[in-house]
Design a protein around this ligand. Structure first.
Ligand code: TPP
Length: 432
């Protein structure tokens, strides 16, 4: 085969003979990541395709026409900055500059919030560093009224849809400006007005909910679609399989995005993948269209999303997209990745950094330069710092949240039942 599948890094190469001492004696096989702390990571086993990106079929093609797309990798941005191949996008220069700014704004916010968590202003935070192209590229290719069912690592969708950063920060600070009244832990946002479904701490639950939403859109004969996200780790949840089954059976107009960032906290992707297959390939078995895309290439993410959205809106049903990327930083502020993976893995990740990749492209086009880039980074840093100050003035865990405690009794039911009313009254008498 002239075109090597790019999934070889997923494939365990332990010979079957090495796995058993005697014939017929089974041995439990526990997959191990390629590198551990102290190792020098070397990703030369990952093939980085340049000129053998799979063709772009008609979005209403038979799902079987995308079987090879689940094993290869759609890429558009070349490392020299060129925009090339069959998935080359027609995104305007203006939109590309906007995409760069949104990714940079997302990163600037993540940086600030991480630091502020370290200073005790809030209890918890999760960054999306290295994965900004997935959420931003995806959001830019959807309609703003398409419903998204994110995980806790797609804050880029909110930034792309123009959500108020101050409101997001207030949610993280659980203060009087928190649209969720301090009821949810930091970063589990809910923004109905931006088509951003309430994030739940229970992994995978949004998968079936998103497919159900899409089924409702189809039932109502609208042309709205749903886009649902999961990390690769959470594909091991049963909900992932229920979602694919329902999406396939009822041809639900949705996009099922698997963000394969290689790690689920300290578990490497092989623990959720089993042996040998890509995550996109799971869709094939359910008869779904499948695409596997370079998740650090925002133009590729955009092109794949556009394709899947057109398929869903045109009655072709769901597409599974695996976004192949790398979680550049810790899982959360409660995590220390140096305990389980090689220190500089992210630096040598062969697909680079999504912001850097788009920057290189814009410079290649003669539309950008290092000075403008540095100036924009500085402006965004300042904007984020000032927005945080405004948000913090509305309270923080370090100070007072300025949020009445009795809000905890609200919104449990649509109308307050008598036992909650009694509890609220007791609470107010004793503590309020
Ligand atoms: C049902 C359930 N099981 C376990 C957890 C604890 N947990 C939170 S995040 C996480 C890892 C998820 O990894 P992945 O799906 O790869 O997403 P990533 O964090 O890499 O974006 C785990 C195990 C949980 N929140 N819910």
């Amino acid at each position: 085969m002239g075109q090597t599948p790019n999934s070889t890094e997923n494939i365990d190469k332990t010979p079957a003979s090495a796995a058993s001492k005697k014939p017929n004696q089974s041995k439990l096989f526990v997959p191990e990541p390629p590198f551990r702390p102290g190792d020098t990571p070397d990703y030369s086993h990952i093939s980085v395709p340049s000129n053998h990106t799979p063709v772009r079929p008609d979005p209403l093609c038979d799902a079987h026409d995308t079987v090879e797309h689940a094993l290869k990798l759609i890429r558009v941005l070349r490392f020299n900055g060129e925009n090339a191949g069959p998935w080359k996008t027609d995104l305007s220069l203006e939109k590309k500059l906007e995409a760069l700014e949104i990714m940079m704004r997302t990163r600037a916010m993540d940086e600030r919030m991480f630091t502020m968590q370290r200073q005790g202003k809030m209890s918890f935070y999760m960054k999306s560093t290295g994965e900004e192209a997935v959420s931003v590229g995806h959001a830019l290719a959807l309609r703003d009224d398409d419903m998204t069912f994110p995980t806790y690592r797609q804050q880029g969708i909110l930034i792309a849809r123009g959500a108020s950063m101050k409101e997001m920060m207030c949610q993280v600070l659980s203060n009087s400006g928190d649209p969720l009244d301090g009821k949810s832990i930091p970063v589990l946002y809910s923004f109905k007005k931006h088509g951003f479904f309430s994030i739940s701490g229970n992994l995978g639950t949004q998968l079936i909910q998103g497919v159900g939403w899409a089924m409702a859109e189809a039932y109502k004969n609208t042309d709205g679609i749903a886009s649902v996200f999961t990390g690769e780790g959470a594909t091991a949840e049963g909900d992932f399989h229920y979602a694919l089954n329902f999406a396939s059976t009822y041809r639900a107009p949705c996009i099922i995005n698997v963000v394969n960032n290689q790690w689920a906290i300290s578990s490497f992707q092989g623990i959720a993948a089993g042996r040998g297959e890509t995550f996109a390939a799971r869709g094939t078995g359910y008869g779904l269209a499948t695409l596997r895309v370079d998740g650090n290439d925002i133009l590729a993410v955009y092109a794949a999303t556009q394709w899947a959205a057109e398929r869903a809106r045109g009655g072709g049903g769901a597409t599974v997209i695996e976004h192949y990327t790398y979680r550049a930083e810790g899982h959360s502020t409660s995590d220390d990745p140096s305990k389980y993976r090689a220190e500089n893995e992210g630096d040598v990740w062969p697909f680079g950094d999504p912001i850097q990749r788009l920057k290189t492209h814009l410079i290649y086009m003669g539309a950008w330069d290092d000075e403008r880039h540095a100036a924009l980074a500085e402006t965004l840093k300042k904007e984020v710092r000032e927005t945080f100050k405004e948000a913090e003035a509305m309270g923080s865990v370090a100070n007072s949240t300025q949020l009445p405690d009795s809000t905890m009794f609200e919104q449990v039911y649509e109308t307050e039942p008598s036992h909650l009313r009694e509890q609220r009254q007791m609470f107010n008498e004793e503590l309020g």
